[in-house]
Design a protein around this ligand. Structure first.
Ligand code: BTN
Length: 274
């Protein structure tokens, strides 16, 4: 089923939580990448609060330089252009914070309980159903942050490429029935707007607690792959700037800013203080 744009626009207009963050929604049949469009708009000086929704991307971007797989008209592809009122050093927080909003949105629209694989993967069990890609840019007087979101909504399991078969799934596969994407977009925008507003109005501690409560990574033994190294340790804490702190085998601590995380099977001995 197609997205009902009028219904989405009407919801944005009448919902005060969403209106705090979203001022305009633009819809495209096909773009290169909604993140790219949002960054271009930002460099043209457009204000924050614009949501770009698309049915298809020709060059969808994933984290760590990967591409994002999403066939036309079956998933959620959106980006939000923000001009945050927080210092740039706090921008990384928007990744897990958006993920919390996404998880709440998925729960409200479908009843599915998802979790976060730090920093931005939306997981159901050990399978990925979506991801958040943050990009910052320039343009206008104020700094820019683009929050990109891809959710596998109605994709058939058999339609995933071979390399994603064992690690990814869709909400429809989990629920066993078609997802109403319009209802999902509305719930996602509300969930994200609520969390972004919390973060921007000084409730960082509460927002971080919400992230930790939904984070599957904490307490697990993990493998971290960065551009330079691969190492293993226990995921101990998400610090106040959103960085993941891990404890190594020799009891030293390491702060992880970014990287590819794998949850290892032999998890569970170590408990975090939460
Ligand atoms: C990830 O690698 O997990 C993040 C994926 C983010 C994909 C979304 S789809 C909408 C937005 N536009 C893009 O080009 N990428 C993000």
């Amino acid at each position: 089923m197609s997205l009902d744009i009028d219904k989405i626009l009407s919801h944005v207009k009448h919902n005060s939580v969403v209106r705090e963050v979203v001022h305009e929604v633009l819809f495209f049949d096909k773009v290169t990448s909604t993140n790219r469009i949002a960054l271009e708009m930002a460099s043209d000086g457009l204000p924050g609060g614009i949501v770009i929704l698309a049915e298809e991307q020709s060059k969808g971007k994933g984290r760590l330089g990967r591409s994002w797989f999403s066939p036309p008209e079956c998933n959620i592809i959106l980006s939000i252009l923000l001009r945050p009122c927080l210092p740039m050093r706090e921008y990384p927080l928007f990744s897990p914070v958006t993920a919390v909003g996404v998880i709440d949105g998925i729960d409200n629209a479908t009843g599915i309980q998802a979790g976060i694989k730090w920093p931005n993967d939306i997981m159901v069990g050990e399978k990925k159903v979506g991801g958040v890609l943050l990009e910052s840019g320039a343009g206008g007087d104020q700094a820019v942050l683009v929050v990109g979101l891809g959710i596998n909504a109605n994709l058939n399991q058999t339609d995933f490429p071979d390399e994603l078969q064992s690690s990814a799934t869709s909400l429809r596969e989990i629920l066993g029935q078609e997802i109403d994407r319009t209802v999902l977009v509305i719930a996602l925008l509300e969930g994200i707007a609520r969390q972004v507003t919390e973060l921007q109005t000084g409730h960082k501690t509460a927002v971080l607690q919400a992230v930790k409560a939904r984070c599957q990574t904490l307490g697990k033994k993990i493998r971290v792959k960065t551009a330079k190294k691969v190492f293993e340790g226990w995921a101990e804490e998400i610090e106040s700037d959103g960085v993941l702190r891990i404890r190594m085998g020799d009891q030293s601590r390491r702060r992880i800013l970014t990287g590819e995380i794998t949850h290892l099977r032999d998890a569970g001995i170590f408990q975090t203080k939460r």
